[in-house]
Design a protein around this ligand. Structure first.
Ligand code: FES
Length: 149
């Protein structure tokens, strides 16, 4: 599926899907939400520990394909230390990237830019944004199950 992505991007995605960062329970978490991809039924739950408006720690667990797992993993590394507003802005740019393959300025996305090839596989866009939906719902205090629909 990734024939058109360069080797580095492919390597980062495979690495994060095989050995996801920040995977598992988060002791002391105070915000939770669960996301579901209606296309496949996969679910990802996200737990966040907030310090005021700042994301002190974040972890995820659940099932999902390699893209969903890698996206959740890279997302957690990108969001630690960010404010809720910064997280929302980052998601807008990330969403634009996975939908169109472009996001300006791309430099702000850092490692998230490895998902720039996802737009070539429209069915995988929901996989890439699954954990983001759960994370933003959790931080907003919305504990109901959210869907990528
Ligand atoms: Fe289910 Fe990607 S196929 S999350």
């Amino acid at each position: 599926m990734f024939d058109n992505l360069n080797d580095l991007y492919q390597q980062v995605i495979l690495d994060h899907s095989k050995a996801p960062r920040n995977f598992g329970e988060l002791p002391g978490a105070d915000h939770f939400a669960e996301g579901r991809n209606p296309l496949c039924g996969d679910q990802v739950s996200v737990a966040v520990k907030m310090q005021g408006d700042v994301i002190e720690d974040i972890r995820f667990k659940g099932s999902g394909c390699a893209i969903a797992k890698a996206s959740a993993s890279v997302m957690t590394t990108a969001l630690k230390g960010k404010t809720l507003n910064e997280a929302r802005t980052l998601f807008e740019k990330f969403h634009e990237l996975v939908l169109t393959g472009q996001a300006a300025p791309c430099a702000q996305l850092g490692k998230l830019s490895v998902f720039g090839g996802v737009h070539r596989y429209p069915a995988r866009v929901k996989c890439a944004i699954l954990a983001w939906h759960a994370a933003l719902a959790a931080m907003a205090g919305d504990q109901k199950k959210v869907s990528t629909e």
